[in-house]
Design a protein around this ligand. Structure first.
Ligand code: SAM
Length: 172
């Protein structure tokens, strides 16, 4: 058997879109209580890969963090949230969007049991230290947990968000 060959950049470019996707408004990742800019940049790159958008509060440091973290050259789809994030989340839910909380709770389903999104879905991520606050969890239709067998309490938030985005996008 011949060894597998890593695809060249030219081959990969031929398989990709020529421009960033517009706003499909179907899948939105929502790190509503962000702490570290580097995680936002990582999540934005996953958004490009799976065709998702990001919804994030307009804190003074966030636009810079996103501009810095966006290693892709084109503009990304970002929905800026002004005012209280819980109010924004409640409006999304009232408007018919499904809210999937990514969190280790006693009611969470396992990632393997999560189906691809069939309607507009908001993927809610928690604060890097304190997680999703109770008022956020109250608005979630379901919560999903990524099983772990190691010693750490939790995964990095951008890793957790990326895994769930891939599942909801139906790409794995
Ligand atoms: C670093 S964790 C929060 C800290 C966590 N409460 C702890 O005590 O370690 C940041 C966020 O990542 C997500 N997260 C991390 N690991 C996860 C897992 N295994 N399953 C689901 N969500 C996870 C959640 O959104 C969580 O709020």
């Amino acid at each position: 058997m011949t060894a597998a060959r890593v695809k060249t950049r030219t081959e990969l470019r031929g398989q990709r879109r020529r421009r960033g996707h517009g706003c499909w408004n179907h899948l939105l990742v929502a790190p509503l209580w962000p702490k570290h800019g580097v995680n936002l940049g990582t999540l934005l790159r996953t958004c490009d890969a799976v065709g998702a958008c990001m919804a994030v509060p307009r804190r003074p440091w966030v636009p810079d963090a996103l501009a810095h973290g966006n290693t892709l050259r084109h503009r990304q789809c970002v929905h800026w949230i002004d005012g209280r994030v819980e109010r924004w989340l409640a409006r999304q839910r009232d408007g018919g969007s499904a809210i999937v909380g990514v969190e280790l709770t006693d009611e969470s389903i396992r990632l393997a049991d999560l189906s691809a999104a069939r309607r507009r879905t908001i993927v809610l991520l928690g604060h890097e230290t304190t997680g999703i606050p109770p008022e956020g969890l109250e608005l979630a239709d379901i919560t999903v947990e990524i099983p772990m067998v190691g010693t750490g309490h939790s995964l990095n938030v951008a890793v957790a968000g990326s895994l769930v985005l891939y599942k909801l996008a139906g790409l794995c």
